[in-house]
Write a protein that binds this ligand. Structure first.
Ligand code: ZN
Length: 385
């Protein structure tokens, strides 16, 4: 590994910049950016824009009730650019302001720790240093490169989706800066589609003691519906249906008039979503005095492992081998903005960011030993695609 690595110019350049990369990740993590706080996200976006602005053009796009989305076009070596590559990431995190007090950024036991370090501030830093490497080494890049950072990815990407789709439409490939899978940092070539349904049951209230039979319990009806809905899960086909929250009723001595459940769905194929949707829409009350209202559907279409995605992965695998690194591919149940671009038919390779564990959890961390090769792999992909 050492031999190949020492002859790979990009990897040796990036290794020389390791301390600066760590310092950048620290600055990014310490600039907290929860999705629901546009001002905080804005401060982080400014920080990235300031750094990216030294290497090319940057602009921001309004994010509605969320922070601004950032688009950067770094100036890269290479005369004639053919087509465009979109690097896709997000500036928001799931962590509320003040999380740093209990989870401060720190480097220990071979890892960097802190809120958002894996998902996905490391990935953003890797991109910036990949661009720096290409510029400093004056390596010709074949395509125009665009970086887009969305401010609302952790909350469904409602505001950024049109921008993502517009930039993806004019791209021949999309590289997603989300973390890799597991401590091996497997790349992601398939993601399930994600959606949710809200089931509202309206029954009839009555006094549980005086007038029990006049009531029709929305809670009992919902419980029976949930049992039915849970059976829509088909683990063998990768379809999962999770009634995640329930609420209903007012007091224990009242037959409940209202109840509600929110159900998360995950599907590996688009056609599974249509089948599931039909089943939800066809739900009928067991007690015909109750009414059922179903809302919702698929939010993110599945990222299906297309031939174009497989080709992109093989290219990445080959480029990693040049550095003596083995990369594997993986499928995940979690969604990203790569779901949108893959569903449009644009070859999308995901999981190119940090290698670590604990996204959205207190043990969120990345492996310091994988910072250099991930940054170098990104640079190599940007150069050849
Ligand atoms: Zn993420």
């Amino acid at each position: 590994m050492e031999d190949e690595a020492s002859v790979d110019p990009i990897l040796s350049y990036v290794r020389g910049r390791q301390a600066a990369i760590v310092e950048t990740i620290r600055a990014f993590v310490e600039c907290e950016s929860p999705s629901d706080n546009p001002a905080a996200v804005g401060r982080f976006v400014e920080m990235v824009a300031e750094r990216a602005g030294r290497m090319g053009r940057t602009r921001t796009c309004p994010g509605g009730r969320f922070g601004k989305h950032l688009v950067c076009e770094p100036a890269l070596p290479g005369r004639r650019k053919i087509g465009q590559i979109l690097a896709l990431g997000h500036s928001d995190t799931v962590w509320p302001l003040g999380t740093l007090r209990s989870m401060p950024f720190r480097q220990e036991r071979g890892r960097l720790w802190g809120p958002g370090v894996l998902d996905m501030k490391a990935g953003i830093a890797f991109f910036l240093f990949a661009v720096e490497a290409l510029r400093e080494l004056d390596l010709p890049v074949r395509s125009k490169v665009l970086l887009q950072l969305n401010s609302d990815e952790e909350v469904g990407s409602e505001s950024s989706r049109p921008l993502t789709e517009r930039n993806a439409r004019s791209s021949k490939a999309v590289l997603v800066l989300e973390p890799g899978t597991g401590l091996e940092g497997k790349l992601k070539t398939a993601r399930k589609g994600v959606g949710d349904f809200t089931i509202r049951v309206t029954g009839k209230a009555s006094h549980a003691g005086v007038d029990f039979e006049a009531g029709a319990s929305a809670v009992v009806e919902l419980a029976r519906q949930i049992d039915r809905i849970a059976q829509f899960t088909n683990v063998a086909r990768g379809i999962t249906v999770n009634p995640g929250t329930v609420e209903g009723g007012t007091r224990s001595n009242v037959v409940a008039a209202e109840a509600r459940a929110v159900v998360d769905i995950r599907v590996p194929r688009l056609k599974d979503a249509a089948g599931l949707e039909k089943k939800f829409r066809r739900l009928k009350p067991f007690d015909d005095r109750c009414r059922i209202q179903v809302n919702g559907g698929l939010n993110r279409p599945p990222m299906e492992r297309s031939p174009g995605i497989v080709r992109l992965f093989r290219t990445a695998k080959h480029l990693a081998e040049e550095m003596g690194i083995r990369v594997e591919e993986s499928a995940t149940g979690g969604g990203s903005d790569g779901n949108f671009t893959a569903a449009m038919g644009v070859p999308t390779l995901d999981g190119l960011g940090g290698v670590g564990e604990g996204a959205h959890a207190v043990k969120e961390s990345i492996l310091v030993g994988r910072i250099a090769d991930r940054t170098a792999l990104l640079a190599k992909l940007l150069a050849v695609l």
